[in-house]
Design a protein around this ligand. Structure first.
Ligand code: LRH
Ligand code: MN
Length: 412
């Protein structure tokens, strides 16, 4: 279990800057394939010239983000949005471009049979269908080398009395056990929670506690996904991060930001201070170190956290939107790594309220862009990934090449 003792302090060799650079060099942020397709709201989904038409083009665009930032080596898939005939070919295409296939996301929110529930449905045939969908996802994982299965359930009710809340939980627990049993020994599942939508009275996995309870019941290769857009306004998300880390059950983040609800805006755009506070707890617990399947000795039951983005670029260009999101996460991480933890701990233990707060705010107010530019140059990358990508002409080129076909989106 990660503890404060593993967080960077003055006892760790090197200057704070050197320690931060060393940690930032290892950072890995996983990108969602669906961020490169068209997305929108119930009012409108806008198309964009050059939007990918298939998973191969989505992976190509994701690889551009890694090429310019150096810290986005994996792409999450969403099934069936990323349905292809040959997943081995898709994984090879990714490898040719220097990235790998990461998390595989199941989709239980676009099938008519799941109107009243999927893994919680009263009809055992519908539950069996939903479980079988996860067996398909595990096949995709085997074919692409992915070791992580992600579940998010839209399941819930809209009116009190519509269904029995306890029976739904019992059905969910049974279905989750069946899904867990599908995994190979070197695989894990991560269960995402969300406090409402599409259901508006009860949601079957509404909060971290419910996800954690189900994960504890399943086994040690079941972890919780924390999507930063899935909490009631005013929720102290970093406190949840601390609790899940203490329990050894924080499996992954879906980073994005929001002003109101599940807005899925760029990570760090709406609330950079919140992202910093979250990364402060991650760094403090020594949980920044990559803990993903591609790392040697990765343990599916281990403390490794997968840092992913889960966003939709409804009006902005998608690749630049992902580049900006990745650099926002890097900035929050760099600031968290520059927190003077000895001074912080001393002020906290002395009850020096303002002193302790000021130590944290000093780091937050530090301009880390020069440090990140140095990191990129030391890795042979352009110090300004956004400018370098724009100068590449990739967007104009793909807009010219990707004529015809159907642009990818949330439609299966
Ligand atoms: C649900 C969610 C989930 C994904 C979907 C694209 O709101 O956050 O992580 O399946 O977005
Ligand atoms: Mn999510």
């Amino acid at each position: 279990m990660t503890t404060a003792e593993t967080s960077p302090t003055s006892s760790t060799p090197g200057t704070p800057r050197e320690r931060a650079l060393a940690a930032l060099r290892q950072q890995a942020i996983e990108l969602p394939s669906w961020a490169f397709g068209n997305s929108g709201t119930r009012f409108k989904v806008f198309g964009t010239p050059g939007t990918p038409r298939d998973p191969f083009e989505k992976v190509s665009d994701a690889a551009q983000v890694h090429q310019y930032t150096g810290v986005a080596p994996r792409v999450s898939l969403h099934i069936p949005w990323d349905l292809v005939d040959d997943y081995g070919k898709l994984a090879a295409h990714a490898a040719d471009l220097g990235v790998t296939i990461g998390m595989v996301n199941a989709n239980l929110f676009q099938d008519d049979d799941y109107k009243l529930g999927s893994l919680t449905h009263a009809d055992p045939r519908v539950r069996a269908k939903a479980v079988a969908h996860h067996a398909e996802c595990v096949e995709v994982m085997r074919a692409t080398g992915s070791k992580e299965l992600k579940l998010w359930l839209p399941d819930g009710t809209n009116y009190p009395g519509q269904d029995d809340l306890r029976e739904r939980q019992d059905r969910l627990a049974d279905s989750l056990h069946q899904v867990y049993a599908l995994l190979d020994d070197d695989m894990r599942l991560v269960l995402e929670y969300k406090f409402f939508e599409p259901a508006f009275y009860s949601t079957d996995v509404p909060d971290w506690g419910t996800s954690l309870l189900h994960c504890l019941a399943l086994g040690d290769r079941a972890k919780v996904v924390l999507d930063t857009g899935h909490h009631a306004p005013g929720t102290n998300i970093e406190f949840i991060v601390v609790q899940l880390l203490r329990a050894g059950r924080l499996g992954a983040f879906d980073f994005n930001s929001r002003f109101y609800a599940d807005d899925d805006l760029m990570a760090g755009a709406a609330d950079p201070f919140q992202l910093f506070r979250i990364m402060h707890e991650i760094v403090g617990a020594g949980a920044l170190a990559p803990g993903t399947p591609s790392d040697p000795g990765w343990d599916p039951a281990g403390p490794g956290v997968n840092f992913m983005l889960d966003q939709c670029h409804n009006v902005e260009d998608k690749i630049p939107g992902q580049i900006r999101s990745v650099t926002n996460v890097q900035q929050a991480t760099a600031k968290a790594l520059l927190v003077d933890r000895d001074a912080l701990r001393a002020a906290q233990r002395a009850g020096d309220v303002l002193g302790a707060h000021d130590v944290l705010m000093d780091a937050y107010h530090t301009d880390v862009r020069p440090l990140l530019a140095e990191l990129r140059e030391s890795s042979g990358l352009d110090p300004d990934p956004m400018a370098a990508f724009k100068a590449s002409g990739y967007l104009q080129r793909t807009a010219g090449e990707r004529i015809g076909g159907t642009q990818a989106g949330w439609g299966a």
